[in-house]
Ligand binder design. Structure first.
Ligand code: F6R
Length: 606
């Protein structure tokens, strides 16, 4: 992950770099740093932790220089302290880096043998010394070309040079990088979001490309150093404003925004007048596809798993689901009649992008479900279905998850319809229910007190389990992930029917267990599994939907009832109390809810 910014201007850049770093903090918040060039010297200031720590440093406020680079770090090599913070500099060169240099140990050995002295434990520092070494014999472009050739792994780089008061170099392999154009100044950034307050004119670098940014123009090169022309894109000039409003945390706001997420998605994709779905321009014929593979990471992977149940239920397609980091290195049997769907909030997740790239190289049909429509995954897939949930700031994904599963459900309905697996009249009923969903989510969001009360038990326990069957199983996984990432307590999601094959041994007196048992096809089976854990001393928090039928079990610790709807849509409602459980658990522990430890919002390293 990590975020990069670079500005080449004719006015002082440090304050603008700091502001851009604040926007990039979702990429990493272990440390932050800035380097500028003034009077032929590289000035470098770095601090551990958040950008606000860097900003408080009085030297930053007085930092001179019309050209500079900045960085927010998500640590890969070396502790998250100020020594390992970027930029890393020699006397001649200063570098910010997002990615991982896989051959850094070997390169370091070589450079040490040449007399270079290393200060940090990072892989990045080899880049600094390698450029410095190559500059002894080469001009700037050739030294960069030679350096990039020697690096294995992934990188987005921003580089300034002591002797070059009008030049920033940017380079990309694997990690995203964009160039922005302003009046008498130009920029480099990890994404257009970081550059948006300065410009809406953007060029994205492709893998293997590098660029030389001067105040009045930018030159682009491919890997072998040949000059290339690249398009300037004009993005929407609106700099999306997004603040916490009256909420204590972005996550709380984003949980509450979910009815709007659903309304937006429904408005965009449901054609009420024609009782149809607004996905008309799919670039392949219906009989060209007989199977679908859904790929993502983390929460997005859970969305894929959720979608598997719907695709199997609604369509005649064969359905596979894969974790991107596994898929990209397996010996996949690529088949022409498979549609590959990539799910990602950020659209920049390195593993998901690599899986997409692999599919493209094998001539596969690709579609992405993303939130950030200017992202690499969106740009490089054949067909894009945006989520339309707006910026998501909380590192733990909430509204993007609901947005993703909504779009995947709608895609399943559309494919079912065009393949003749679903009749128009049945679609009509399903669409009617779907249009009611935002209201039901709104009501379910009001279930609050009980969740607040039970949350302490989850904090204080050694661990907890989240169980579900069928449609509820992916939601159980998602509930457990939310609790562990926000509250730092162990939580395990499991298919309820699997407990007796091993995990039941974990259950002991007082262990909190969430059982998702809505009144669906699996209800009775899940209730039996619930009784098995209660019999072994578990404190069960049952989450079901409202019904006039009594619950067929005793000794349940607590019950939360969500609203009722058709079986397909219950997962949306079951998700809400689980998100709140994780939120309140972290709140009670006084943890940093929007930026949990060791994590980042956009995972651009593998
Ligand atoms: C968990 C979470 C992560 C992301 C994962 C993929 O709350 O947010 O697990 O879902 O890192 O990110 P995207 O969706 O950006 O590809």
């Amino acid at each position: 992950m990590c975020g990069i910014i670079g500005i080449n201007s004719n006015k002082s850049v440090s304050a603008t770099i700091i502001n851009s770093l604040k926007k990039l903090e979702y990429r990493g918040y272990d440390s932050a740093g800035i380097a500028t060039l003034s009077n032929g010297f590289i000035n470098e200031i770095k601090s551990e932790g958040r950008v606000e720590n860097l900003e408080k440093n009085s030297s930053v406020q007085n930092m001179e220089g019309n050209i500079g680079i900045g960085h927010v770090r998500w640590a890969t090599h070396g502790l998250p302290n100020s020594i390992n913070a970027h930029p890393h500099s020699s006397q001649n060169v200063s570098v910010v880096h997002n990615g991982i240099i896989e051959n850094s140990t070997l390169l370091k050995k070589f450079l040490v043998s040449k007399g270079h002295k290393f200060k940090s434990q990072t892989d990045t520092e080899v880049i600094v010394h390698l450029i410095t070494e190559n500059l002894k014999t080469e001009n700037i472009v050739n030294s960069i070309k030679k350096t990039l050739k020697a690096l294995h792994g992934s990188f987005a780089l921003g580089i300034i040079f002591k002797d070059q008061p009008d030049l920033i170099v940017g380079a990309r392999r694997g990690s995203p990088l964009a160039v922005g154009y302003g009046p008498n100044e130009n920029y480099l950034g990890s994404d257009s979001y970081a550059l948006k307050s300065m410009t809406n004119k953007i060029t994205y670098l492709n893998d293997g490309e590098f660029c030389v940014i001067k105040k009045d123009h930018v030159e682009f090169f491919n890997e072998d150093g040949t000059k290339i022309n690249k398009k300037v894109l004009e993005l929407s000039s609106e700099d999306e404003k997004y603040d916490k409003g009256d909420y204590k945390h972005f996550m709380a706001k984003e949980i509450e925004e979910q009815p709007i997420t659903l309304k937006n998605g429904i408005k965009e994709y449901i054609d009420s007048a024609n009782n149809d779905i607004n996905i008309y321009n799919i670039p392949w014929k219906k009989n060209e596809i007989s199977s679908i593979t859904l790929i993502g990471c983390g929460t997005a992977y859970h969305s894929c798993l959720m979608a598997k149940y719907w695709f199997e239920e609604l369509t005649s397609l064969d359905v596979n689901v894969d974790i991107a980091s596994e898929f990209r290195y397996r010996k996949n049997r690529f088949k022409k009649d498979t549609l590959y769907v990539f799910v990602s909030q950020s659209g920049e997740t390195a593993d998901t992008y690599a899986a997409l790239d692999l599919c493209k190289k094998n001539g596969m049909k690709t579609c992405s479900v993303v939130n950030v429509i200017e992202s690499s995954i969106a740009r490089d897939s054949e067909f894009v279905l945006p989520i339309h949930c707006g910026i998501e700031i909380g590192v733990a994904s909430t509204k993007a998850f609901l947005g993703q599963i909504l779009i995947l459900y709608i895609l399943a309905l559309k494919l079912a319809l065009v393949r003749g697996d679903l009749e128009k009249k049945d679609l009509s009923k399903k669409l009617k229910d779907l249009k009611e969903l935002p209201k039901l989510v709104e009501k379910t969001l009001q279930t609050d007190n009980k969740i607040q009360n039970v949350s302490s038990t989850f904090n204080e326990a050694k661990g907890s389990m989240f169980l579900g069957r069928g449609f509820s199983y992916p939601i159980a996984l998602e509930g457990a992930l939310k609790l562990k990432e926000l509250s730092y307590v162990h939580a395990e999601g499991y298919p309820a029917g699997e407990m007796k094959h091993g995990p039941l041994a974990l259950i002991e007196e007082g262990m909190p267990v969430v059982v998702l048992a809505p009144r669906d096809t699996y209800y009775k089976k899940t209730i039996s599994n619930m009784q098995e854990v209660i019999a072994r001393g578990a404190k069960v928090l049952l989450i079901t939907n409202k019904s006039s039928d009594e619950i067929i079990s005793e000794n349940i610790w607590e019950t939360i009832e969500v609203e009722s709807t058709n079986e397909d849509l219950l997962p949306f409602l079951l998700t809400i109390p689980l998100q709140k459980l994780a939120y309140y658990s972290a709140l009670k522990k006084g943890l940093d809810i929007d930026k949990p430890r060791n994590l980042a919002k956009s995972v651009t390293v593998e």
